[in-house]
Design a protein around this ligand. Structure first.
Ligand code: THU
Length: 121
């Protein structure tokens, strides 16, 4: 997964992050071998900012992929809480990211978001 995280780090360079100057990149790999990239896209109205993970998953969703169709997601940084919920929804079996200490973590959905909330029923 090191190679895919390094790709995400390249994607991060294309982020639009003029407010935080913190660039994040993500690469989604589908079960049939396609890849989709995403970077964070900020807005002057800060809460409207879009995280890199959502950009990448949104690109896969827009191409017709659905939860269960994603084999792996690599991110240049540890995903925020909201993105962990997105990654959980998409049942990504392997989420890899660069930790602040430089190491690479690869985690399952339950490690990403333990005891997760689900729609009742
Ligand atoms: N960001 C992401 O793109 N993904 C995350 O999981 C955490 C945060 C972005 C949002 C914002 O543009 C910048 O990082 C600083 O919070």
């Amino acid at each position: 997964m090191k190679e895919l995280v390094e790709r995400a780090e390249e994607v991060a360079k294309r982020a639009y992050a003029p407010y935080s100057n913190y660039r994040v990149g993500a690469v989604v790999r589908t079960t049939d071998g396609r890849e989709f990239e995403g970077a964070n896209v900020e807005n002057a109205a800060y809460p409207l900012t879009q995280c890199a993970e959502k950009t990448a998953i949104g690109a896969a969703a827009s191409a017709g992929y659905r939860p269960g169709d994603l084999a792996a997601v690599a991110i240049s940084a540890s995903p925020c809480g909201g993105c962990r919920q997105w990654l959980y929804e998409w049942r990504v079996p392997a989420v890899s990211y660069r930790r602040e200490d430089g190491s690479i973590a690869t985690v399952s959905p339950d490690e990403l978001l333990p005891d997760s909330w689900n729609l009742p029923g």
